[in-house]
Design a protein around this ligand. Sequence first.
Ligand SMILES: [Zn+2]
Length: 82
Amino acid sequence: MRGLLLLGALAVIVALLWPFLTRLRRGLPPAGGTHRDELVKDPVCQTYVVLSRAVKRQVGGAPVYFCSPQCADRYARGERSA
Ligand SMILES: [Zn+2]
């Protein structure tokens, strides 16, 4: 009977702490997000863009960053015609 009470208390504690734990996990940056303020160069218009705001496209398995979807499209078109 006492064991059951202890188990119930434990369940209540976990239930109370769970939102904090999930919030903590969500607050952490995703893997590889440590360089989010890094500057990347747009190969189309030669503009430097903050990585977190850049438009990312996979080109030949490697990520290429652009200032806008328009530049990404221009790059993709250029790659195909070249
Ligand atoms: Zn651009």
